[in-house]
Unconditional design. Structure first.
Length: 298
């Protein structure tokens, strides 16, 4: 039971593999070792976690063991569990993910939640929305799911990422309200004005990238993590473009990196934009709401 991976020659039941996997992942320093082996087994067997508990005596076939061994090796090498499973959870929905897109994170749910609440309170009959750097589409598709009055333009410079977002839109039956477009916001801008704009840009500096956990640094797309500058490139660009793309009574929701709130707030105010800073559950400024300053001077 202490070998690197389960031997194919013997009979392994679900119970055997849960016991072995929990111990093995613990020795490898993998987070949540019991949950990890449970989810990998569920994926291999095509069953729910509840069903897994009811089938502890079920033996795995040789093919199932081979597949599980591959998954275990990948996870022990710090490949994110979401990439192995091919999916990640976000705001109660499930999204396809692969190494072309960032893994949806709980802190980004704050942005989606604030956006949903604002749209709901405005009672607008139709909301034209823009998602910059859409990745898996988790932000736009989540808001679209909860706010049927929204119509989204989802832009990303990575065609592979947009293909993932398109598949997610199809699976959630939202492709009629979410258009995917290859576009680099640093070079061009979708035409027209938008009532809502969301953006979770690459905001980590190259120096900070080197300090990230191996799971992020070695596996998630670098172009979605860093602007290869000071982390502020996309915020400067947004401050420049907002007067031409954010509707007069519209609102933008931008995710912030650690320690960036004051600097980005100043960038927005220099473009005559007002802001509200929203903290995450740890008290760290995480989301910046941006809207037009309608105060005029004589």
């Amino acid at each position: 039971m202490r070998r690197p991976t389960p031997e194919l020659e013997r009979v392994w039941t679900v119970r055997d593999l849960i016991t072995w996997g929990q111990e093995y992942f613990s020795t490898k320093g993998v987070d949540s070792p019991r949950l990890t082996i449970d989810l990998l087994l569920c994926s291999v067997l095509g069953i729910s976690r509840l069903a897994l508990y009811m089938q502890h005596d079920r033996p795995l076939t040789r093919d199932e063991l081979t597949q599980l061994r591959g998954y275990v090796t990948r996870r022990s090498q710090r490949e994110p569990l979401q990439y192995i499973l091919g999916r990640g959870d976000f705001y109660g929905l499930q999204f396809e993910v692969n190494p072309a897109v960032l893994i949806p994170r709980p802190e980004t749910e704050i942005l989606a939640d604030r956006c949903i609440r604002w749209i709901t309170l405005t009672h607008a009959p139709l909301v034209r929305a823009l998602d910059i750097g859409t990745g898996s589409g988790c932000i736009a598709l989540t808001v679209a799911h909860h706010c049927p009055e929204t119509s989204w333009t989802c832009v990303d410079r990575n065609r592979d990422a947009l293909e993932v977002a398109h598949r997610n839109a199809q699976r959630l039956a939202l492709n009629d309200r979410c258009t995917m477009q290859v576009l680099d916001i640093l070079e061009t801008l979708p035409p027209g004005m938008f009532d809502v704009i969301t953006m979770n840009p690459p905001y980590i500096s190259p120096e900070e990238v080197q300090t990230l956990d191996d799971e992020v640094r070695l596996h998630e797309p670098e172009t979605a993590l860093t602007d290869n500058a000071d982390g502020l490139t996309f915020y400067r660009r947004f401050a420049e473009l907002a007067p031409a793309c954010l509707a007069s009574n519209g609102r933008a929701f931008l995710e912030l990196g650690y320690g960036q709130a004051d600097t980005i707030t100043s960038l927005m105010r220099a473009s005559r934009l007002d802001t509200i800073v929203v903290d995450d559950l740890a008290g760290i400024p995480r989301v910046l709401e941006v809207f037009h300053n309608h105060i005029t001077t004589a």
